[in-house]
Write a new protein. Structure first.
Length: 457
């Protein structure tokens, strides 16, 4: 069998002067159409409907047909079910025992819609549909005057009674829920044939410690499900900060480290492809898991070994969060629609693309060396099913963003002559015939275990 190798004749001695990796590239018109399907009007209707339940607290009533979490989850289920026979809608149900902020045993249901792809590997778009209101809201928590965690939950004296105190949660996280539902509609009605399986997930019990997401992520790990990416949206619908500063043109994307972790690669992907399809919106990746003293469901997936990022609005109004004032009048639907379009562009590109190539050798180490001269960069990878080419990325080993990239053919190795692998970070992505690009697999050295020196007596 002939080895197929790309020998790159580029002189990389001038690497620092090359243009950044943003070449003009043809966009897939089908993805353009899908992104264009995101409807601000539909988002408004979804947000207003979510507001009508009064509260969606995980511990609220389940027997009313119009208010509380029971009515809310059934409506989300029915809404998702109405979009397309291709969507497999289900409750992902657990019984959570009393613990922490869960004051009594409770049945908790994530609402999920699966759009099967050709492959079982999964890409999630998610939010949490449960809500909470606490005394003093998030502002009180930020001011540090509400005790540990700042959480003083307004709840009935009887812990077994439903907590139906008002908590409309239209932004937290009605915004992420509406985004997820709207993208379930757009994707399932797109007619596109995705390689990956898309999962539109509305989590529950986020406000009690990411419990719905943790239970699902734990189950996914135990079942050996392959989840390539989780795009989690939590508080993404308002563009005016509580301090009056407005930014309706950017979205923050948080990801856990280290710098070439799977979640960090996902954040880079969201920026690269989100901004190509939605150039009017700036994606701002942030090199940390989340904001200070705040959490989100993406971290639950991280804990169980999955790549996941958290989308957060550019400017927050803490005075409305975890507070009965989190109502529709605080939402900026046009801004939410832009954030939904970024999610759509990234998820569609990723779901249409082949899986990322493998870059580890049999010993679990990065498959890169200095051959043939001893001073070259020689990259090897495993072929991805469906790929017709690969794109090699690199950057100086001091910086967060890929600086350069180069498309190579349908090969499984490439050599960059006179290129010091010790000074650069390399990665490779799989590309299909239509240009859909996978996540980048980075060449990084695994951490070494401590190796104690034996001392003589
Ligand atoms: Zn939230």
């Amino acid at each position: 069998m002939t080895r197929r190798v790309a020998a790159l004749a580029l002189c990389l001695c001038s690497i620092g002067r090359l243009a950044p990796a943003q070449p003009a590239q043809d966009l897939d018109p089908r993805v353009v159409t899908l992104v264009g399907q995101v409807s601000e009007q539909r988002l408004v209707a979804l947000l207003k409907k979510l507001e009508t339940f009064g509260t969606r607290n995980t511990l609220s009533s389940v027997d009313s047909p119009t208010s509380g979490i029971g009515a809310a989850r059934q409506w989300i289920f029915d809404e998702l079910k109405s979009y397309s026979p291709k969507l497999q809608v289900s409750f992902d149900t657990y019984r959570i025992a009393a613990q922490g902020r869960i004051t009594r045993d409770v049945e908790a249901r994530n609402v999920m819609a699966i759009l099967p792809g050709r492959s079982p590997r999964r890409i999630y778009i998610s939010g949490h549909y449960d809500t909470i209101a606490i005394a003093g809201g998030q502002s009180g928590s930020n001011a540090g005057n509400r005790g540990r965690d700042g959480i003083v939950v307004t709840q009935p004296a009887d812990p077994n009674a439903p907590n139906d105190s008002p908590a409309a949660g239209v932004n937290d996280d009605g915004s992420g829920t509406a985004l997820t539902i709207e993208l379930a509609r757009a994707f399932s009605q797109s007619g596109l044939d995705f390689d990956a399986t898309l999962v539109f997930m509305c989590h529950v019990a986020e406000e009690q410690g990411l419990m719905g997401a943790k239970l699902h992520a734990q189950k996914a790990r135990d079942l050996g499900l392959r989840i390539d990416a989780v795009l989690n949206n939590d508080i993404v619908g308002n563009a005016r900060g509580g301090n009056g500063i407005v930014d309706g043109a950017s979205i923050r994307v948080y990801s856990e480290g280290p710098e070439d972790s799977p979640s960090r690669e996902l954040a880079r992907f969201v920026q690269r492809w989100g901004m190509r399809y939605v150039p009017s919106h700036t994606v701002r990746p942030l090199s940390r898991a989340d904001r200070f003293s705040r959490g989100g469901d993406h971290s639950a997936y991280n804990q169980y070994g999955f790549a996941a990022v958290g989308f957060r609005e550019s400017r927050e109004d803490f005075g409305r969060q975890h507070d009965p004032r989190d109502t529709f009048d605080g939402l900026w639907p046009a801004y939410l629609a832009q954030n939904a379009r970024v999610n759509a562009a990234a998820a569609a590109t990723l779901a249409l693309a082949p899986p990322a190539p493998g870059v580890l050798n049999a010993r679990g180490q990065a498959n890169i060396n200095r051959a043939p001269s001893g001073y070259d960069a020689h990259l090897m990878w495993t072929a991805s099913p469906g790929a017709s080419a690969y794109r090699v990325f690199w950057r100086e080993a001091w910086g967060p963003d890929w600086q350069h990239d180069m498309l190579v053919g349908n090969v499984t190795e490439a050599t960059l002559p006179h290129t010091l692998i010790d000074d650069l970070v390399f990665g490779v992505a799989a590309v299909d015939a239509a240009g859909h690009e996978s996540l980048v697999s980075p060449y990084i050295s695994p951490a070494r275990d401590a190796d104690d020196v034996k001392t003589a007596r």
